[in-house]
Design a protein around this ligand. Structure first.
Ligand code: ADP
Ligand code: MG
Ligand code: ZN
Length: 503
């Protein structure tokens, strides 16, 4: 840890004994729309720098924004999932400031007229209870470009010798979700902050509106924290820790700020209202003094029409809001009758939805779980990808299950079929045919293989005929080999014994 990490910290128990924490979470999510918020450029992570740009998202003179309807629909769906009211009429606003990642010198955002407001999310906690977090608003805005600073040890601008600007991200649709102050959490504040961001991520993933990858920045969290002397009603001065980029870090950042601010307050000091940087090794350091809304000279965006979603559209979108993912998971777990541990493994592997979709496509839940939870999980690990990213769909897995259930494939052959599907050889049935993997069901084919095997191993055949039934295993093995594992071993054994007159 660096020097900054050794800032005075009060023992956590003492913090709780003297102060009540208040928190506010601001979460930015990048929508996974095909195109950007106000232009037709592709919205894609990881492309060559400055290849996904046009005059609008580069802020060139004369270029005008055009609103992305799909982004508005996603914003409304997010608002509905968060139990918000949806504005029947609202505008975008210009937030004016200069920074080199922002080519227009202003960000198109929403200010006092957000698309969604006044909601709540009932957040599941580890002890099985829920905590209601109230939502202030969810508003639409555009992302900035990305700066890369070279030459400094930290990758930050201080001490950098060169800065590179990539505008691929400029204009990507963002939704900012802001909570009302979270009060009364006491010692559970860090846990509740983490649980909230976790629940929000799961909710957004369930809505299929964003990748919600904190590691790639498609979901970013700023944590506001203040302390007030126990029992006081007036809030203390808050700090805003920026870009806390993992769930664990949310918890660590809140806890650290509580301990640091408590140390400042107990020694008679004042907390400075400021933004702070979160450091991966678990501490925060001072950033810029916090600007106020007035500093940004917000005014209604003159280049865009107001957004006025009809009541019909809102109601239609309401029908697309799925059950809360954690409630759905609980229901599914009960339906499948599986233990918490098995469920947790499936959840951690991101396989619950895949299993559910496989069941919906006709598989039994046992078979679906077996495929996704073991063989495909192993294939995903080998390939270093998430199981959901394997090139096989739940419908295809259900088709493989059906081939096994119909007796056309053994489990072993089915794994080869799945390998073929993963290798891009086509649908399961086609792979089975092309690779010639179907079980041999034709007794006459098996019979001729049995006859050949007996003829090729006269001494073994003699032993079997003499009553040494255990010797049949060698013949069965030879037949299985000759039929490339496609014969039914039990049937082969019957035919071998019959041929030797000992059945
Ligand atoms: P800003 O853009 O200035 O950060 P926002 O309103 O977007 O302001 O977000 C502030 C967040 O901090 C909100 O979640 C709000 O509920 C919360 N908040 C406001 N005052 C306090 C405070 N004194 N202590 C902790 N959190 C606070
Ligand atoms: Mg803010
Ligand atoms: Zn563009």
């Amino acid at each position: 840890m660096s020097v900054a990490a050794t800032a005075d910290l009060l023992d956590y128990d003492d913090v709780i004994a003297r102060y009540d924490p208040v928190m506010g979470m601001e979460v930015h999510v990048e929508l996974s729309t095909a195109t950007k918020m106000f232009c037709g450029c592709a919205n894609r992570f990881g492309a060559e720098p400055n290849t996904l740009v046009c005059p609008t998202c580069l802020g060139l003179p004369g270029a005008l924004p055009v609103l992305n309807e799909a982004a508005v629909s996603s914003a409304i769906r997010i608002g509905l999932a968060l139990n918000c009211e949806i504005a029947s009429w609202c505008r975008f606003a210009r937030k004016n400031y200069f920074y080199p990642d922002q080519p227009k010198n202003y960000q198109i955002s929403q200010y006092d007229e957000p698309i969604a407001f006044n909601g709540y999310l009932d957040v599941p906690l580890e002890d099985g209870t829920t905590w209601r977090v109230e939502i202030e608003r969810a508003h639409m805005e555009e992302d900035t470009g990305k700066l890369t600073h070279l030459g400094s040890e930290t990758g930050r601008i201080a001490g950098a010798t060169t800065s590179l600007a990539d505008f691929n991200r400029a204009g990507v649709p963002l939704i900012e979700i802001v909570t009302k102050p979270i009060e009364g959490a006491g010692e559970r504040a860090p846990e509740i902050a983490r649980a909230y961001v976790t629940a929000l991520r799961d909710l957004l993933r369930g809505l299929d509106v964003s990748d919600v990858r904190m590691d790639q920045g498609s979901m970013r969290c700023d944590a506001n924290v203040s302390l007030k002397p126990k029992g006081d009603s007036e809030f203390g001065t808050r700090t805003e820790t920026k870009n806390v980029n993992s769930l664990k870090s949310v918890e660590v950042a809140v806890r650290y700020e509580m301990r640091r601010q408590a140390a400042v307050l107990t020694s008679g000091g004042r907390v400075t209202q400021e933004t702070r940087h979160f450091h991966e090794d678990g501490y925060t350091s001072a950033g810029r003094a916090k600007e106020t809304a007035e500093d940004y000279r917000y005014f209604p965006e003159p280049d865009l029409e107001p957004v006025a979603p009809s009541a019909e559209l809102v109601e239609q979108l309401r029908t697309t809001i799925p059950e809360l993912p954690w409630l759905a998971r609980k229901r599914i777990q009960d339906e499948w009758g599986i233990s918490d541990e098995v469920m947790r493994d499936l959840v951690n592997a991101g396989a619950v939805e895949l299993v559910a979709a496989t069941v919906a496509a006709g598989s039994s839940s046992e078979s679906a779980r077996a495929w996704w939870g073991s063989f495909l999980m192993q294939k995903a690990n080998e390939a270093g990808v998430a199981v959901a990213d394997l090139p096989i769909t739940p419908v295809q897995v259900a088709a493989v299950v059906r081939l096994v259930d119909d007796g056309k494939l053994s489990n072993k052959l089915a794994r080869q079929v799945v390998e073929g599907v993963l290798a891009g050889e086509g649908e399961p049935e086609a792979v089975m045919t092309a690779r010639g993997l179907a079980l041999v069901r034709d007794d006459s084919l098996i019979q001729s293989a049995v006859d050949e095997a007996l003829a090729a191993n006269p001494d073994v055949a003699e032993k079997i005929r003499g009553g040494k039934i255990a010797a049949a295993g060698a013949i069965v093995g030879a037949v299985m080999k000759a039929t490339k594992g496609q014969a039914d071993a039990a049937r082969v054994r019957e035919l071998v014994l019959q041929a030797c007159g000992v059945s």
